[in-house]
Write a protein that binds this ligand. Structure first.
Ligand code: SF4
Length: 320
């Protein structure tokens, strides 16, 4: 069952007197109880998709085509009142920097209680009891005392646990996690990812869109993965296939640059060049200046995403 459906989404930024495409004709569905990884280097448009879904794009950005549906609600057409009611309840988001979600002026207990009262209509005593349970669920030691602490009194990992407690407090149908573990060490990262899977996906059936540049994170928790390059999805796959049989040259290059995979595949390699800026997107396949398989046709034609193997779609002329 699809919770979220992104259909032919295009998003643009206004810069230098013109609109520049940042996300180009992106479509995908997010199912109940799954983690879908959205992976790619910085600058590929992953976060722009997240902010488009939340309708929180910057003032110089717009959704210029396509639709985003949260079950029966068309988010692209919803008014601000509707969106405010959905954010934090049916639709939630956590960020790389948990301080984005926390207010340094208020205790964490106050912030969790306030969310519960606003979205679930709990009275103060009920909200306080639930807040304490949530802090325990996400593994905050001495949770009762820590309710009265301020965000600056927590480490990065503990702050992300509190942001997660706020995000899960209202049982969201969809959670968008934008690089939630990038700033954390590898042990804490594994704990946070485990919490997301257990508390949200397994216990609540939440669909999670996990944005990351790290295929190691994808391997740990995702069910399916969409690989993005320069504004487009270039490969869509279940998670096992993407590691066993990556199809797109960009996916193959990403895997070769991942230590555990690159060494297993015979060589740890860098991807030459860099993601082009929005002002400088190449013609045809956006990856052609960096692709070792590029041919003349690749400069002329942007290949569409097509089914190429069981549970795998790829946008590359090599599979046409
Ligand atoms: Fe490389 Fe061409 Fe495939 Fe693009 S379409 S990934 S340039 S082979």
């Amino acid at each position: 069952m699809n919770l979220l459906s992104v259909q032919n989404l295009r998003a643009e930024f206004f810069s230098g007197g013109r609109w520049l495409e940042a996300v180009s004709d992106v479509s995908f569905d997010l199912r109940r109880g799954e983690i879908l990884g959205l992976v790619g280097e910085s600058g590929c448009g992953k976060s722009t998709i997240a902010y488009s879904i939340m309708r929180l794009l910057a003032s110089n950005a717009r959704i210029s085509a396509g639709e985003v549906w949260l079950e029966d609600v068309n988010l692209t057409e919803a008014d601000e009142n509707t969106l405010q009611g959905l954010r934090g309840s049916r639709l939630s988001m956590i960020f790389q920097d948990p301080m984005t979600a926390l207010d340094s002026l208020f205790t964490v207990g106050h912030q969790v209680v306030e969310t519960l009262q606003e979205h679930l209509g709990l009275n103060l005593a009920e909200a306080q009891e639930r807040a304490l349970a949530l802090l325990r669920q996400v593994g905050i030691p001495a949770a009762e005392e820590r309710l009265s602490a301020y965000p600056y009194q927590f480490s990065g990992g503990m702050s992300q646990r509190i942001a997660l407690a706020i995000a899960i407090s209202c049982h969201p149908q969809v959670l968008i996690a934008d690089e939630p573990t990038t700033a954390l060490d590898v042990t804490i990262q594994a704990q946070i990812l485990h919490l997301i899977r257990r508390l949200l996906v397994e216990e609540q059936g939440t669909g999670v869109l996990l944005i990351t540049h790290d295929l190691g994170v994808v391997a740990q928790v995702c069910d399916r993965v969409a690989v993005m390059y320069a504004g487009k999805i270039v490969e869509f796959s279940d998670v096992n296939s993407i590691f066993k049989n990556p199809l797109h040259p960009y996916t193959q290059a990403l895997l070769k640059s991942l230590p555990s995979q690159g060494i297993a595949r015979g060589a740890l390699e860098n991807i030459q060049g860099r993601v082009p800026s929005l002002t400088d997107w190449p013609t045809g396949c956006h990856f052609h200046p960096r692709c070792i398989h590029a041919r003349a046709l690749c400069r002329e034609k942007a290949p569409p995403l097509r089914s190429a193997a069981e549970s795998q779609e790829v946008a590359c002329v090599l599979y046409e």
